[in-house]
Design a protein around this ligand. Structure first.
Ligand code: GDP
Length: 208
């Protein structure tokens, strides 16, 4: 992945950049460590703003990482202290992005390992299932648990999600899972038309 360059922020689908090439998007509950993970995986300190006021980001941010390759920062969901209307606007924006974006090949979902899959995360994951996207879960803040407890949590969470969803323990503090997650993203970004066609002929859903 080359060094990311900010392309634009979009408040509505009409502002999204041209839908060519490949994109990997980051999504997660507010305060789940999404911005921290995006910054670390992209190798840039302040790419996505790490907010002390969770839920502030209401824009879809696009970063270029090479020719027709982009990382996308989606608004965090489930922030309790914003109105229902605002939450609904965010949901609509995220849904509009996920359902219309042809260049979207994979999603990184951040989950605080201590909270696991919350109801909102579960709704998102179930809704994504038929879409044929690659999905990778980052079980963030793994450093907050002992090694043994974090492995037990990972197993527990793995048993509740669809079998083709990838997951890894992740910590921005000690870099657990960074190489694994970068590997997923590189793989999803690099797959060419031939491998997509092979996937389709082997019965997998499209876009993989
Ligand atoms: P976002 O709202 O999902 O983008 O979450 P942030 O990236 O802003 O992180 C929320 C809070 O969790 C911040 O105070 C971060 O410093 C902290 N945080 C994020 N990742 C980690 C991690 O791996 N370990 C620890 N201990 N704290 C983390």
């Amino acid at each position: 992945m080359s060094t990311p360059i900010f392309i634009k922020s979009a408040a509505a689908p009409k502002d999204f950049p041209a839908d060519d090439g490949r994109e990997v998007a980051f999504v997660g509950r507010s305060n789940s460590g999404k911005s921290t993970a995006l910054n670390l995986l992209a190798g840039v300190r302040k790419l996505a703003r790490v907010s002390k006021t969770p839920g502030r980001t209401q824009l879809v941010n696009f970063f270029g990482v090479g020719a027709e390759r982009r990382l996308v920062d989606l608004p965090g969901y489930g922030f309790a202290r914003v109105s229902r209307d605002t939450q609904e606007d965010w949901r609509e924006l995220i849904e509009a992005y996920l359902t219309t974006r042809r260049s979207l090949v994979g999603l990184i979902v951040t989950l605080d390992i201590r909270r696991g899959v919350t109801e909102l995360d579960d709704t998102l994951l179930r809704w994504l299932e038929p879409m044929g996207l690659h999905v990778g879960l980052l079980l963030t803040k793994a450093d907050k648990l002992s090694h043994g407890a974090s492995i037990a949590r990972e197993r527990e969470i793995a048993s509740t999600v669809a079998h083709d969803v990838k997951l890894t323990r992740f910590s921005a503090l000690n870099r657990t899972g960074v190489d694994v997650a970068r590997g997923w993203i590189d793989d999803w970004m690099q797959r060419d038309a031939t491998s997509a066609a092979e996937d389709e002929s082997s019965g997998s859903v499209s876009r993989k």
